[in-house]
Ligand binder design. Structure first.
Ligand SMILES: [Fe+2]
Ligand SMILES: [Fe+2]
Length: 263
């Protein structure tokens, strides 16, 4: 059995700019860093909002193994078909009962089983999600005999909620990455009880943009309170995320490192 496994987590993939840069460079990043498994948040991969079939397959072909999501996941109707047909697309586990989609699951990384959970914050996001702390506690109870690493994509707006979540689940899961803000934070750490954590891993998309959008297409909202039609920016494509090195003997992450590539 292998001892060290390397996990790459990629921030929200934003529109064509994000998909294209992954198609062009993910393979070399994975090779350079000896990545065993790649998890990416795909909630913005279609035109900056939602997930379509073609875009989903494009990022899987580029090298993404599991796609997590967030508040934008249902913005393209085609996602319903994907949720029925695919095993490697997750929606936040705390969507209300009755919403279709897989919410967490065990995936094989060579001979290692990995539990991946997608969850949504409820602070500053008014969506009627169930309480994230309680939902994750219930999932962990269901998997109390699970022996492999457990990783969580916490998709949320408020840094305070992400910090509380990370501290509360320290020692109970292997790693927690924040997504949703599209801005990478510099607070990656191994917490006192061993859980690796970062508040936000950033975005795979246009670096020189307003969280993915062209300034010209959004500025009237800020200047005049007028509605605008968002356009995906294209300048300075970037790939952002973190790499966690997991030790299967010690059953913990040895290191968490930020990835920030601007092309
Ligand atoms: Fe996003
Ligand atoms: Fe989001």
């Amino acid at each position: 059995m292998k001892k060290i496994y390397k996990f790459l987590f990629l921030g929200d993939i934003f529109g064509k700019t994000g998909r294209k840069i992954l198609s062009e460079h993910l393979f070399e990043i994975k090779k350079e860093n000896e990545i065993d498994f790649t998890i990416a948040n795909g909630e913005n991969l279609a035109h900056g909002s939602g997930i379509n079939i073609k875009g989903f397959h494009q990022i899987c072909e580029a090298g993404v193994d599991v796609v997590t999501s967030g508040n934008h996941v249902f913005h393209q109707k085609q996602v319903m078909e994907l949720l029925d047909d695919t095993d490697n697309l997750l929606i936040p586990a705390n969507y209300p009962m009755g919403v279709p989609g897989k919410r967490y699951g065990v995936f094989n990384v060579k001979d290692l089983n990995v539990l991946i959970i997608n969850i949504h914050g409820i602070v500053l996001i008014n969506k009627g999600f169930n309480p994230p702390f309680r939902v994750v506690e219930n999932i962990l109870t269901e998997y109390k005999n699970f022996d492999g690493p457990i990783f969580i994509d916490f998709h949320g707006e408020a840094t305070s909620e992400k910090r509380a979540f990370a501290m509360y689940f320290d020692g109970k899961v292997t790693g927690i990455v924040g997504t949703h803000t599209h801005i990478q934070t510099a607070d990656e750490r191994i917490q006192p009880k061993g859980t690796a954590y970062i508040t936000d891993i950033g975005m795979c998309g246009p670096y020189n943009s307003v969280i993915g959008i062209k300034l010209e297409s959004v500025i009237d909202q800020f200047l005049y309170e007028l509605p605008t039609k968002f356009e995906v920016a294209s300048s300075q494509p970037s790939i952002q995320g973190v790499i966690m090195t997991y030790d299967s003997e010690k059953k913990c992450v040895n290191s968490i490192e930020r990835l920030l590539k601007i092309y």
